[in-house]
Design a protein around this ligand. Structure first.
Ligand SMILES: Cc1ncc(COP(=O)(O)O)c(C=O)c1O
Length: 406
């Protein structure tokens, strides 16, 4: 187990809210002081624009921004020019879909995806397929709700040009077997786009080993600030894409009738980028590396197992994912709307998520209006799990009493 007491000292929110039981890290993680300090350092000491000024402060800001890109590249084992900063994973996946589809998708082509997708991964392709008269097809999920290699093989046809999949489901916590799926997709001539928003903060993602064509994630789920995301693309793919946004800092030369754009990745970063946020993300990566992803993974696994053991003796709820790959618990109290239940949890300062989690097809698959989701991260401990389970029992009993009284 990680030394949670010590770790929490780095997260100022616990000073302000000592009783906080934060189990909603899949929505966004808490932010450690070193990340806040690093962003403050930018604003307070060299808070000017990058790539523009020919003065020392601007050089310093540019260096720090570039260094953040290098840190991201090292973190996922990419080349620096393969890392494009965006404002979040939604921005990254939308931009990519627009850029890629422009030249590469025509009527009759197929985009293959899954019902486990977050709307950010699904909806850009839904709209593009509609406009281009291409097909949007779903890999049938297994009974448990997983994307399997077997079902992927069945859904793969020579019409499939793009495979757009989540690495880890934000509702079920299931990991997609991309290591098996990607080689099959490539043999078929399809490119693979990975939504890694729930992956990078939990286990090592190595884009070279994975051999994905594109991959995206958000900074704010991995201890970084909001407003920064990453789009990774293989160099040879990025070089072929035309930007969707034009403006300052992405062009080399402008003539009355044409523009010559900069090299990758700068051509995809029009306008003033989220400078402080990129620098903050770089510091968040340092923080994660200092603790060690393997240690975080082991810590979260232990808490997840502890939670499942505690839940096993309780009746009155449905657990949807007995065997998650990342520490996400998805459940519903029988007969109780998830929002009503989550409000009861709030009374014990237990913060969990309720609803369809921007992945409504998962709720449709599970045949529920939404679910409760508890997600565990490095600053959680057994006490948090005890509080969560206690709140669950209390809520089940409360609604039983209310039902009995009717
Ligand atoms: C799997 C997945 N993809 C995409 C997103 C969207 O992230 P953002 O709102 O940071 O763009 C989320 C956020 O919950 C997610 O879990």
């Amino acid at each position: 187990m990680l030394a949670v007491k010590k770790i929490r000292e780095c997260f100022p929110i616990y000073k302000k809210h000592p009783r906080l039981v934060y189990l909603d890290s899949a929505a966004t993680s808490l932010k450690p002081q070193p990340v806040l300090d690093k962003m403050n350092e930018y604003y307070g000491e060299y808070g000017v624009n990058i790539h523009r000024g020919v003065y020392e402060l601007s050089f310093k800001a540019t260096d720090e921004y570039d260094l953040a890109r290098e840190k991201v590249a090292r973190f996922i084992n990419a080349r620096t020019e393969e890392v494009v900063f965006t404002s979040n994973v939604t921005d990254a996946l939308n931009k990519l879909a627009l850029m890629y589809a422009k030249e590469n998708i025509k009527a009759g082509d197929v985009v293959l995806t899954s019902e486990l997708e977050h709307h950010s991964s699904l909806l850009p392709w839904m709209k593009i397929c509609e406009e281009k008269k291409a097909g949007l097809r779903y890999i049938p999920l297994s009974e448990e709700g997983r994307i399997t290699t077997e079902n992927f093989k069945k859904a793969l046809t020579d019409k499939v040009k793009v495979v757009a999949l989540t690495y880890v489901s934000n509702v079920m916590g299931y990991r997609t077997p991309l290591e098996e799926i990607i080689p099959l997709a490539h043999e078929n001539g399809s490119v693979v786009i990975v939504d890694a928003a729930q992956a990078v903060q939990h286990f090592r993602v190595d884009v070279k080993a994975l051999d994905c064509d594109f991959l995206a994630f958000s900074g704010h789920k991995m201890l970084g600030p909001t407003g920064i995301g990453v789009l990774y693309g293989k160099k040879r793919h990025l070089k072929k894409l035309q930007p969707v946004f034009y403006g300052g800092d992405m062009n080399e030369d402008v003539y009355p009738d044409r523009v010559e754009i900069k090299e990758i990745p700068y051509c995809f970063e029009a306008g003033t980028p989220p400078i402080a946020e990129a620098i903050g993300l770089g510091r968040a990566i340092d923080f994660l590396e200092e603790i060690g992803l393997k240690n975080i993974e082991a810590h979260c696994r232990e808490l997840y197992d502890y939670a499942l053991a505690k839940l096993s003796g309780i009746e009155g709820f449905t657990l949807y994912n007995k065997n998650a790959d990342i520490p996400i618990i998805a459940l519903n109290i029988d007969g109780v709307h998830p929002h009503d239940a989550a409000t009861c949890f709030e009374q014990d300062k237990v913060c969990i998520r309720s609803g369809h989690h921007c992945a409504q097809l998962v709720s449709r698959f599970l045949n529920c209006v939404g679910s409760l989701r508890a997600s565990i991260y490095l600053y959680n401990d057994r006490e948090d799990i005890d509080m969560f389970v206690g709140a669950l029992v209390k809520t089940i009993e409360l609604f039983r009493k209310l039902d009995g009284g009717q």
